[in-house]
Ligand binder design. Sequence first.
Ligand code: HEM
Ligand SMILES: *[C@@H]1O[C@H](CO)[C@@H](O)[C@H](O)[C@H]1NC(C)=O
Ligand SMILES: *[C@@H]1O[C@H](CO)[C@@H](O)[C@H](O)[C@H]1NC(C)=O
Ligand SMILES: *[C@@H]1O[C@H](CO)[C@@H](O)[C@H](O)[C@H]1NC(C)=O
Ligand SMILES: *[C@@H]1O[C@H](CO)[C@@H](O)[C@H](O)[C@H]1NC(C)=O
Ligand SMILES: *[C@@H]1O[C@H](CO)[C@@H](O)[C@H](O)[C@H]1NC(C)=O
Length: 498
Amino acid sequence: MQSVLAVAAVGGLVAALAERASNKNSINLPPAVPGLPIIGNLHQLKEKKPQQAFTRWAEDYGPIYSIKTGASTAVVLNSTEVAKEAMVEKFSSISTRKLAKAVSILSRDKKMVAGSDSGEFHRNGKRHIMKSLLGSSALKQYRASRDTMIDDMVSTFHKMVSDDPKTPLNFREVFTSGLFGLSVAQALGEDVSSIYVEEFGRVLSRDEIYEAVVHDFMWCVLEVDWRDFFPYLSWVPNESFETKVLTTEARRTAVMRALINRQKERIARGEARLSYLDYLLAENAELTEEQLIMLIWEVVLEAADTTLVATEWAMYEVAKNPEKQDRLYQEIREVCGNETVTEEHLPRLPYLNAVFQETLRRHAPVPILPPRFVHENTSLAGYDVPAGTEVIINVYACHMNEKDWDEPDEWEPARFLDGGRFRSAETNKTIPFGGGRRICAGMMQATNIACTSIARFVQEFAWRLKEGDEDKVDTVHVTAYKLDPLCAYLTPRARGTE
Ligand code: HEM
Ligand SMILES: *[C@@H]1O[C@H](CO)[C@@H](O)[C@H](O)[C@H]1NC(C)=O
Ligand SMILES: *[C@@H]1O[C@H](CO)[C@@H](O)[C@H](O)[C@H]1NC(C)=O
Ligand SMILES: *[C@@H]1O[C@H](CO)[C@@H](O)[C@H](O)[C@H]1NC(C)=O
Ligand SMILES: *[C@@H]1O[C@H](CO)[C@@H](O)[C@H](O)[C@H]1NC(C)=O
Ligand SMILES: *[C@@H]1O[C@H](CO)[C@@H](O)[C@H](O)[C@H]1NC(C)=O
């Protein structure tokens, strides 16, 4: 009896060894996280930050590992080098998107440039955006609108401080409103203060428009992405959530249609303006109403969200770190004297650029890139990755990797400087805008707006955090909003007299 067992055991071992040998010859898959440690990670999951659970697993499974997401498999990437291999060298095998169910409802099944598969739709869409809005010559045309936006925000801060110097002011309210105005004006030709929406039979205020077009969408994506990454949570049936997604989609579409129709009337009257809508209608007479709604909505959303997230984090860190704020202020004084900072000064302000880059590293506004999909067998970091695998790039972990960064938790702009000069080579270790052919279209606009705003705000005011806010570094949403809006005391500085 015993010998039978022994023979069976040896037979099993031989079979296992043989299988391993043949696997080695044929296929070498990335390490798999065995079953998901559900209980152990409930805490993170409640906070809805998949990037942190992903980062923890990387400590055990390395820079590339796979997880099961329901019936399919995803590989999670935890290092900038492997991420670049996926985005650049292996692009031809990993050029489609995989969208969560609700995102595909909200994007009307990939009818937005950022959510589309690479192909003709993406190529044309990105070309239109670059040519009319975000490429370097288009950026010049919108220069006056950016300057006006920043001037208006500075005036608002001055007014708030002089009306009520004792109360910390809410940065986000002012910046969100200014940036939304710019986004709408670039997309449609003018800012909006209210709109009559036929489907609702009433006039919506500007705040309600922002909610319908930007805010509710971000809320839905947060709920969905989180559930999609951890599909064993979908056992919690949630009808109220499905209803919310469908309602959000319908409201967004109704509001966008009303905004576009008002501008079409303007264009029909012969009043041309600089805008994406004017450009698209002149260029592409055959766009359907649905296509137009999706294209215009997409740029409003993208321009209104991430730039705020980055600038708010930068101002939070500046207000929290008085010596670094002082270094930035001294640099501005040396370079600009008593002149107002403008975009022309940016190349001569290395510490300012370091402040911005370090903020993108430490507080990446998009901590997990929109998932990509392997459509033909390929390899990553020496492992075979079969067609049908989802690719999740954990930007947060890439930026916090101890191999690339000393004390990655610290916000330290000087790491981007070398003898007072900006070390642009360091930025190749970060991927806040993604990379390869799908790199963010708005990178230059976001950099111009964020850097000029930060510099103007520091030139005009000394910033100090509201008491007790030093440790409020928590995030929410897929774009990593500060959980607690920045509240700060501002003291106007005297210019040219110090
Ligand atoms: C600090 C601000 C911003 C950050 C951190 C950011 C980040 C990103 C990221 C991570 C992606 C995905 C890239 C990928 O999958 O590889 C993306 C795509 C995109 N972003 Fe941004 N973005 C910012 C500002 C903007 C602005 C101001 C616009 C203007 C409308 C914009 C428009 C787009 C577009 C159109 C895409 C799709 C590009 C494509 O699929 O080819 N972004 N962005
Ligand atoms: C269902 O969704 C609603 C709205 O998103 C949420 O408030 C509620 O907590 C969810 N219920 C469950 C059981 O997940
Ligand atoms: C700025 O400084 C220059 C000299 O440094 C001076 O001529 C000019 O009047 C100043 N302008 C203002 C607005 O103070
Ligand atoms: C892709 O790889 C799988 C094994 O993972 C294999 O069965 C399949 O034949 C491969 N397909 C192609 C087209 O090479
Ligand atoms: C993954 O990222 C985390 C956080 O940055 C880092 O501590 C860890 O060393 C990384 N692991 C690998 C294998 O790169
Ligand atoms: C950054 O650039 C250096 C030299 O140009 C290169 O050796 C390194 O691999 C790059 N790092 C990444 C993460 O791309």
